[in-house]
Design a protein around this ligand. Structure first.
Ligand SMILES: Cc1ncc(COP(=O)(O)O)c(C=O)c1O
Length: 307
């Protein structure tokens, strides 16, 4: 069922009336940038908390919009308030996924006009978080920094992701891992990637054609708390086939064990011990059961909405 409201350019709009003009650059060229953000129900109350919304807004304004010289008539705080209003208006009380989009409108004189909108959908946990996912190494390459920079979360980048996912699914896999233009491991179509070998966690560097993931950064911090060593380094393709554990991570994917790659079983073919510790600690954090740094959990119902 569709939500009752969306948020568009400063106001709540009924779902059926949520439209942008066909002459907008967003429609004609995919000229928009966005964030996927989650709200989690707290473990010990009825509160719903946005997770690391400030860091998502920082990536939207500080990387994506900045790179594309996109200016909005709203600041990050106003957009956080918009997300809070949207969740409240739709009476969302359970886990939800939000999409916040900043887009170029129709080409005009001088500064190109830009607008923003937000969508919120209930989003229960995927069964792949417990059952794991089966992947292939994609024959397609990740977009590169000097053509379509992956650290800029632009909607048009996701045509690359769509090609990768469609190819993997047509071959019977759930998803795929993509190499960058230099033949090193980059990430999944919409997830960052970690591997475990000999008790050490490794993940591709932010210069390996990946999105600078908020969840990736969270897991690096959690691994530190758990005393698990982490390396951010170039990862070879063969390392994927000999890893003890592999997992995807992302706002939407959460912490998702990869149990098979191209017919090779990963570890015991189910969630491995390091992945399990990281996953448990991630879910405790997002549900408010573990100590969260200041600003990581933003209550939706517990705070007044600014006028
Ligand atoms: C290509 C890509 N990589 C990684 C991620 C994970 O990023 P985050 O943890 O910030 O959601 C995403 C999720 O949006 C993504 O689309």
């Amino acid at each position: 069922m569709n939500p009752t409201y969306t948020w568009m350019d400063g106001r709540l709009v009924p779902w059926q009336e949520s439209r942008i003009h066909i002459a907008s650059e967003a429609v004609l060229r995919g000229a928009s940038v966005f964030e996927g953000i989650r709200a989690y129900r707290a473990a010990d109350s009825d509160e719903l908390n946005l997770f690391r919304v400030g860091d998502h807004l920082a990536r939207l304004f500080g990387t994506s919009m900045r790179f594309l010289r996109m200016r909005l008539p709203y600041g990050p705080d106003q957009l956080v308030q918009a997300l809070v209003e949207l969740l409240r208006a739709n009476q969302v009380r359970e886990d939800a996924h939000l999409r916040l989009v900043a887009y170029f409108g129709p080409e005009g004189e001088g500064d190109q006009p830009a607008g923003a909108f937000a969508l919120a959908f209930p989003r229960p946990r995927s069964r792949r978080v417990t059952e794991g996912t089966r992947v292939t190494l994609s024959p397609w390459r990740r977009i590169s920094d000097n053509a379509m920079p992956p650290r800029v979360k632009a909607s048009a980048n996701y045509l690359n992701s769509l090609i990768v996912s469609a190819d993997a699914q047509s071959k019977g896999f759930d998803s795929a891992i993509v190499l960058n233009e230099r033949g090193r491991v980059a990430e999944g179509p919409g997830q960052n990637l970690f591997l475990v070998r000999g008790g050490v966690l490794s993940t591709p560097r932010t210069t390996d054609s990946i999105l600078e993931g908020v969840t990736r950064a969270t897991l690096i911090e959690l691994a530190g708390r758990l005393g698990i060593p982490v390396q951010e380094r170039a990862v070879d393709a063969t390392e994927l086939y000999v890893a003890d554990e592999l997992f995807f991570c992302g706002t939407a994917a959460e912490v998702q064990p990869i149990v098979e790659i191209d017919g090779y079983r990963v570890g015991e073919g189910r969630i491995g011990p390091v992945t399990e510790r990281i996953q448990r600690s991630y879910f405790a954090l997002v549900r408010g059961q573990a100590q969260a740094p200041e600003g990581w959990l933003t209550p939706v119902y517990g705070q007044p909405v600014a006028a």
